[in-house]
Structure formats: structure tokens, C-alpha cells
Design a binder for this molecule. Structure first.
Ligand SMILES: Cc1ncc(COP(=O)(O)O)c(C=O)c1O
Length: 482
């Protein structure tokens, strides 16, 4: 038998769990975060100051000591300094939000409570929050009371989850129990996000698992080409189970026409999955709902709240028109967690509907922010982002030395510099982007449309202004001279 003294925790643990130590650290860190937010908003630090990856590895010690140095705030401050600063309004790059600062506090409580979310008893109030948030998304999609779903860590897992359910629902056999007896395929435009291709490969369908559907000049799926795509897939020995619509697409912000695609799915008994990871937030504003007309006819929808809902990564809604379908993706039994053979009776155990077992309480952050700020804030933010995009597109259109890749429909703009004679336009755009990144005032990305390379902006930062974007065009002009 060990005596009481032998059972005493390591001294370091006493200090690590000491509430007063935590209070002091927390206050210091929050002060630093608030200062950081001020500096980032005022653009007092470069959006991105990035050494070569090897140099960055060198800059951070790789040895982990037996006895720590207690430097938590200082080390976190260093991470803050060396980050890509999404809170700087010059961030106009990828589709990741500058989260509401209050979200940081929500996430802190999520980490503190660490309620795992697979089963109700491991996160009772958080389960209610998650299911209410899913209900909110379902209502905005226009689904009725039979709908339901789950939150996942990101749109990639969300797309996989929806397509697993599609397979189980449309394969005509119990794939979950018996494995795949046939070769399957989904139809999608080549503009779909790569997570769809990954989902299809994870399910073992290989390269032919996506049959591409042609797009129009604005990179929207052409629904009149669906029949030919289905025939092509069938001729190569595949059973087509679903169509994936992208609303909007990642590269160009184009909206696939859901009504016409839903008509096709209805006639052919196919599952319709709408990847609205980015565009879903259009549903919150009456001026923009029309971009997703027909989405209520989808069988499943993915909607990322960490893109156009000002929330931190990752919070994704995977919403099914028929709630019972949400149990089909993962139909296995885990008797130590779940009871009985009717998963719907266990609607409160959200782990039945996702591949994640332990899962952060994603719904709590979303619930608190939606309640605290109200849905109007998110709707207005989306509306402003689209207005800013229109204003920037007009600037590009009216400048002889720039051209638009396409007319933007969402808050994603593809454009390029065409001012000076240049033998290799693509290399020129890449060079310009590198120059702009080096200057540190803006972070923008690039994308290929056909054979051409375009600069690409996502106007996702809530405080970017038309004036800043005019400065960006000037900066691009200067970079092109060099
Ligand atoms: C249309 C679309 N779908 C899915 C994803 C993947 O989402 P996540 O990054 O949350 O996994 C993205 C990411 O940019 C996207 O643009």
C-alpha cells in the first residue's frame, strides 16, 4: 500500500491546476489578445511575414524539456506574432473568417469543460445547443420538421458524411453491412471542392467515382449535361447514386443551379447533395437567398460556419432533409456507448451520426454567438461582403489594365493584371502575388481558370474597405513595374 504522501500529485501538476495561477495567466493573455486585435485592425503588423519553412522549423526549438519553463503567455505571444493575421483587414485570401473575438472565449470554455459530445451524458447542455443550431440551419435551408443533422469538424468531413448517407440510401443494398457489390459514382462539376474527390476515394470508388459535368462560361454546372454524364458513368460500369452541387464553388464563387439539378435528381431517383460550405450564409439575407433557390429540395446540405459566419474553425452543419438519413452514414453498433437497434430513439446521442467519437462542443460556440449577436449581424455582414465585392469588381472593370475572370456572384473575385505587354501572363500574376505578399499589406491567393492564372480575393474580412482595395490595385500596378 502506498501512503498518502506517495499519492501526492507531482508538484508541477499542483501549480498547473492552481486556479490563481490560471487567473493571472488568463488576465495577462487576454490583455495581449486585446492589444493584438487593436494592432491587427489598425494594420500595424504585416498580414503575413513568412520565412521559408525550413527557417521557421529552425526558429522553434524541437526539443521538449523534462522540466518546463512556465512560459505560456510569452510563447503564445510569439505564435500570435508569427501568424497569418486574419484580423488585419488586408487579409483577402482564403475562405477562413476572422472570428468574432467572443468566439475565443467560447472556445476557451469548450476546452475547459472538454465535454466529448458522442453521447448526451458527456455533454448534456452542449447537445441541446448543437441540435438547436442544426435546427436553425435546417429552417433557413427551408427543410421542414422531419429534417435534422449533426455538426462536424469541417466541410470535408461534412461532405464525406453526406455522401456516406447517400450511398447507404441509394445503393439498393446494405453497403454498411455487406460492403460494396457494385461500382458507384456521383456527378459533379470539375469545380467541386477537392474534399468531394477525397470522399469518393475514401469510399473506394477510385478516380472514376466522380463523373464530371460540364460548366458554362461562369463555371456553373450545366444541368442539361447531367444526362450525358450519367450515361458516361453507366457505360463505364458504374451505378450513379448522387449529384453534388457546389453553392458556391471554391475557386470562382459560382452557384450551381439547384432547381434544375433537383429536377434531374427527382426524375432519376438520385440523391442531391448541396455543398454550400461557403455560400450557405446567403440564406440569412432576403436579398441573397435567391442564389440558393431550390436548396430545400436537397437531400443533404453542408454549411460551414467558419467561412461566412464569423466563427472559428471548424464548425460545419451537415443537414439532411429527412432526419432518419443522418443515421445511415454510420450504422454500426457500439454497445458501450449506444443502446438498442433504433438509432432514432437515441436522437440525443449525436455521435451516432458522425465519424467522430470524442468531438468538441462545436454547437456551444455557434449557439452562444447566434444568441448573443443575433442573426441580423451575420446577415448584414454577408450583405456588406457582397456589396464590397460589387464595388471591387467595378474598380477592376473600369481599369483598362485589369480584367475580371468572371462576373463575381458571391464574395470571391478572380482577376488579373493585363497592363503591360508580357510574354508570360501567368508567370506575371504569380510574380505580382509574391511581391504583394512580401510587402505585407495584403494577403491574396491565386487560382487557375482553364489555362490562365488569376489573382483571387475572398472579401471575407469584415473591415476591408473599398479604399483599401483601391490601394491593392495600385500596389499590384507597382509590383508589375518591377
Ligand atoms: C465549397 C467547399 N466545400 C468544402 C470545403 C472544405 O471545407 P473545410 O475546409 O471546412 O473542410 C471548402 C473549403 O474551402 C469549400 O470551399
Amino acid at each position: 500500500m502506498l501512503g498518502n504522501e506517495e499519492w501526492a500529485p507531482h508538484q508541477g501538476l499542483e501549480k498547473a491546476y492552481d486556479p490563481e495561477t490560471f487567473r493571472e495567466l488568463g488576465h495577462r493573455l487576454i490583455d495581449r489578445v486585446a492589444d493584438y486585435l487593436k494592432r491587427a485592425r489598425a494594420r500595424e503588423l504585416p498580414v503575413l511575414d513568412m520565412p521559408e519553412p525550413g527557417a521557421m522549423m529552425e526558429a522553434w526549438p524541437s526539443e521538449f524539456p523534462d522540466r518546463g519553463d512556465g512560459q505560456i503567455v510569452e510563447r503564445l505571444q510569439r505564435f500570435i506574432e508569427q501568424a497569418n493575421h486574419l484580423h488585419n483587414p488586408g487579409f483577402v485570401g482564403h475562405q477562413v473568417s476572422a472570428p468574432l473575438p467572443a468566439a475565443v472565449l467560447c472556445d476557451m470554455i469548450g476546452s475547459l469543460l472538454n465535454n466529448g459530445m458522442a453521447v448526451y451524458e458527456m455533454g448534456p447542455s452542449q447537445t441541446a445547443a448543437e441540435l438547436h443550431v442544426v435546427r436553425f440551419l435546417a429552417d433557413r435551408i427551408g427543410f421542414d420538421g422531419d429534417s435534422g443533422g449533426v455538426l462536424t469538424h469541417g466541410g470535408s468531413i461534412g461532405n464525406l458524411t453526406a455522401l456516406l448517407a447517400a450511398r447507404q440510401a441509394r445503393a439498393g443494398q446494405d453497403v454498411w453491412a455487406q460492403g460494396q457489390q457494385e461500382n458507384y459514382a456521383v456527378l459533379a462539376s470539375a469545380q467541386n471542392h477537392y474534399s468531394v474527390a477525397r470522399a469518393v476515394r475514401i469510399m473506394g470508388w477510385g478516380e472514376g467515382g466522380i463523373e464530371p459535368v460540364e460548366v458554362d462560361g461562369d463555371f456553373r454546372m450545366r444541368p442539361e449535361c447531367l444526362a450525358a454524364a450519367k450515361e458516361r458513368a453507366e457505360r463505364s460500369g458504374r451505378k450513379v447514386l448522387a449529384v453534388v452541387a457546389s453553392d458556391c464553388t471554391t475557386s470562382t464563387g459560382s452557384f450551381d443551379p439547384i432547381e434544375a439539378i433537383a429536377d434531374f435528381c427527382g426524375v432519376h431517383g438520385l440523391w442531391l447533395h448541396v455543398d454550400a460550405a461557403h455560400g450557405g450564409t446567403a440564406l440569412l439575407h432576403s436579398n441573397h437567398r435567391g442564389l440558393l433557390a431550390g436548396i430545400h429540395r436537397a437531400d443533404s446540405v453542408v454549411w460551414d460556419l467558419h467561412k461566412m459566419m464569423l466563427m472559428p474553425a471548424l464548425i460545419t452543419g451537415v443537414v439532411f432533409r429527412e432526419n432518419r438519413r443522418s443515421y445511415e452514414a454510420f450504422a454500426q453498433e457500439a454497445s458501450y456507448l449506444f443502446e438498442g437497434d433504433d438509432p432514432e430513439k437515441e436522437w440525443f446521442n449525436v455521435g451516432l451520426r458522425t465519424m467522430e467519437c470524442t468531438k468538441r462542443a462545436l454547437g456551444t460556440t455557434a449557439y452562444v454567438l447566434l444568441q448573443a449577436f443575433g442573426t441580423e449581424l451575420f446577415a448584414d455582414y454577408f450583405d456588406r461582403a457582397l456589396a464590397l465585392t460589387r464595388s471591387f469588381a467595378e474598380m477592376v472593370r473600369s481599369s483598362a489594365d485589369f480584367e475580371l475572370g468572371l462576373e463575381p456572384r458571391c464574395n470571391i473575385v478572380c482577376f488579373r493584371y493585363v497592363g503591360r505587354e508580357c510574354a508570360d501572363r501567368n508567370a506575371q500574376q504569380a510574380r505580382i502575388r509574391n511581391q504583394v505578399l512580401k510587402a505585407g499589406n495584403f494577403y491574396l491567393v491565386q487560382t487557375r481558370l482553364g489555362q490562365s492564372l488569376y489573382l483571387r480575393l475572398t472579401l471575407i474580412q469584415p473591415f476591408t474597405t473599398p479604399q483599401m482595395l483601391a490601394e491593392l490595385l495600385e500596389e499590384i500596378r507597382s509590383a508589375a513595374q518591377e
